[in-house]
Design a protein around this ligand. Structure first.
Ligand code: SF4
Length: 476
C-alpha cells in the first residue's frame, strides 16, 4: 500500500478558490440564523429531499450491502491511487484525450484559461462542477476576458444573482421562487418582463436562454463524477440534460476532475450508480448519465482535455483517519440530515463544501489552521454517518480534527492540568472532594470565571454529586 503520488504534499493555496470563508463559522452562523426566510427555505427543501430519498432507499433490500461495497471500493482506490491514476492517464491518452496534472487551484485555472484562449473563443458553457467552484475557475476565466455561463438551473440562479452556492446538489437551496423571479428579471438577457414565479414558467425562461447559448458556444468545461481507470471513461450524472448538451455540442471539452474521483473498473461503477441517485436526489437512477471516452472522429467534441486536480488532496490522503473524506461521492445526503446545516445553510461554512462533509474536507484541504472552527460545526449526533452511502465516519474525523486544531493557551493549560490530575488517583480523589466545596464549580447554572467563561456561555456546569463513586464504593 502506498499513498505517494509523486506530487508534493501541499495544502490548497490561499488567495485562490473558495475553500476559506471571510469569518469563522460561529460568526457566519449567527448571521444566517437571524434570517427567518432562509431557515424556512432550508427546512422545506431539506425535509422534501430527505423524505424522497428515504422512500427510494427503503425499496432496496441490499442497501446496506451496497454501502459496504461502495466503502470498500473507495478504500481500495485510495490505497492504490498512484497506480490507478497512471492507468487512467494512459487510457485517456490512448483514446485521444490530453491529460494535464494540476498541483493546485492556481495551476488548474492557468491550464484551463490557456486552453480556452488557444481556441480563440471568449465564452464557455459549464456543467455543474464542485471542482471548478473549489478552484474559483469562473473568476479566473472572467479575469482573462472569458465569459463562463453556468447551465445547471440552480447554478445559473446563483451566477445571475452574483451569489454563492449553499448546497452541493441544490446550490440555490436558500432561494425561493419569488427571489428567483427577481433575479431572472434583473439579470437574465432577453427575459420576458411579464415573467411569473410559477416554477414551470421560470424553468422555461432559463431553457430559452440556455438553448441559444448551447448552440452558439464552442467550448465547454465540466467536472466529472467518476473516472474509470480500466477504460479511461469519464462520467457525469445530472438531472436536467444541460450536461449532455455541454458534453456533446461544443468542439472542445475541458474536464477538471479531482484525483480522488477514480473508480478502478467499469463493473465497479454499478455500485456507485445505484448509491448516488437514491442518496442524493431520491431518484432510482440518474435522469442523465453521460459517459465519454477520449475523442470519437465526427461525433462530439473533437478536442478533449482532462485536468487532474490535487489542490490539497494528497495532504488529505496522507492522514490515516482523515483520508476517508476523499471517499465522498458528493451526494449531499449528510447535509440534508444535519441539524446544524438545516439551521445555518451552506454560506456559514465559508467553503464550497458545506455541511458535515465540508466540516471535515475543507480543513484538511486548506490545513486545519485555516478552517479551525469547522470541525466544531457539528453536534456529533451521527446522522451524517448513518446517511452516507459510502459509510464515511464523519463524526470520528471531526473529533480527530478537533484534536489537530490549535487550542487557546488557557484551554491547553486546563487540559494539561486535568490530564495530570486524572493520571494520579490520590490527587484526583482530593480534587473531587475539593470540587464539592468550591463555589466556582459547585452550582448548576453558574458559569466559569474568565478566561474560561466561553465554555460555560452556552452550557450549565453540572453540579458535583453529594457522593462520588469512589466514596460510594468505599462505603461498601
Ligand atoms: S460525505 Fe457521504 S453523505 Fe456526505 S456528500 Fe459525501 S458521500 Fe454524500
Amino acid at each position: 500500500m502506498s499513498t505517494f503520488l509523486g506530487m508534493p504534499v501541499a495544502y490548497a493555496p490561499r488567495g485562490v478558490g473558495h475553500l476559506r470563508g471571510d469569518e469563522p463559522f460561529p460568526a457566519a452562523a449567527r448571521t444566517a440564523l437571524a434570517d427567518p426566510q432562509l431557515r424556512r427555505n432550508l427546512q422545506h427543501a431539506t425535509a422534501t429531499i430527505r423524505g424522497k430519498s428515504g422512500r427510494v432507499i427503503a425499496e432496496l433490500p441490499d442497501w446496506q450491502d451496497l454501502r459496504t461495497a461502495g466503502s470498500a471500493l473507495k478504500a481500495y482506490t485510495m490505497a492504490n491511487l498512484p497506480r490507478l491514476l497512471e492507468q487512467f492517464e494512459a487510457k485517456v491518452t490512448e483514446a485521444g484525450g490530453v491529460v494535464h496534472w494540476a498541483a493546485d487551484a492556481a495551476e488548474a485555472n492557468r491550464i484551463v484559461t490557456d486552453l480556452v484562449r488557444a481556441t480563440g473563443e471568449r465564452r464557455v458553457i459549464k456543467v455543474k462542477s464542485m471542482a471548478t467552484q473549489e478552484i474559483g475557475l469562473n473568476e479566473a476565466l472572467e479575469g482573462a476576458g472569458i465569459t463562463p455561463v453556468e447551465t445547471d438551473l440552480a447554478e445559473l440562479i446563483v451566477q445571475l444573482g452574483r451569489d454563492k452556492p449553499s448546497h452541493i446538489l441544490v446550490p440555490a437551496i436558500h432561494r425561493n421562487r419569488s427571489e428567483i423571479r427577481e433575479i431572472f428579471l434583473r439579470a437574465m438577457p432577453g427575459v420576458d418582463p411579464a415573467l411569473t414565479d410559477d416554477p414551470p414558467v421560470l424553468a422555461a425562461a432559463a431553457r430559452r436562454y440556455l438553448r441559444e447559448t448551447f448552440l452558439t458556444t464552442k467550448v465547454a468545461v465540466s467536472g466529472a463524477n467518476f473516472g474509470i481507470a480500466e477504460t479511461g471513461t469519464l462520467t457525469v450524472v445530472e438531472s436536467e440534460g444541460n450536461g449532455r448538451m455541454c458534453l456533446t455540442l461544443p468542439d472542445t471539452l475541458i474536464t477538471v476532475m479531482g484525483i480522488e474521483k477514480i473508480v478502478p473498473t467499469w463493473q465497479d461503477l454499478e455500485v456507485f450508480l445505484q448509491l448516488l441517485p437514491r442518496a442524493s436526489t431520491g431518484e432510482r437512477m440518474n435522469p442523465y448519465t453521460s459517459m465519454w471516452h477520449g475523442v470519437t472522429p465526427g461525433d462530439g467534441p473533437q478536442n478533449f482535455h482532462l485536468v487532474l486536480l490535487d489542490n490539497g488532496r494528497s495532504a488529505v490522503l496522507a492522514d490515516e483517519v482523515g483520508r476517508s473524506a476523499l471517499h465522498c461521492i458528493r451526494c449531499s445526503a449528510c447535509l440534508n440530515v444535519c441539524p446544524v446545516y438545516e439551521r445555518t445553510g451552506g454560506h456559514a461554512y465559508g467553503s464550497v463544501y458545506p455541511g458535515p462533509i465540508g466540516a471535515v474536507l475543507s480543513p484538511q484541504l486548506t490545513g486545519v489552521e485555516d478552517n479551525a472552527s469547522l470541525p466544531y460545526a457539528s453536534s456529533l449526533c451521527g446522522a451524517c454517518f448513518d446517511a452516507c452511502p459510502v459509510k464515511i465516519d464523519i463524526p470520528s474525523i471531526l473529533v480527530h480534527l478537533r484534536n489537530r486544531v490549535p487550542h487557546p493557551a488557557a484551554e491547553k493549560a486546563v487540559m494539561a492540568a486535568a490530564a495530570y490530575t486524572m493520571d494520579r488517583p490520590r490527587l484526583y480523589a482530593r480534587a473531587q472532594r475539593a470540587a464539592k466545596f468550591t463555589k466556582l464549580v459547585g452550582k448548576r447554572g453558574r458559569g466559569l470565571p474568565p478566561p474560561l467563561n466561553g465554555w460555560s456561555a452556552a452550557r450549565d456546569l453540572p453540579a458535583p454529586p453529594d457522593e462520588s463513586f469512589r466514596d460510594w464504593w468505599r462505603g461498601r
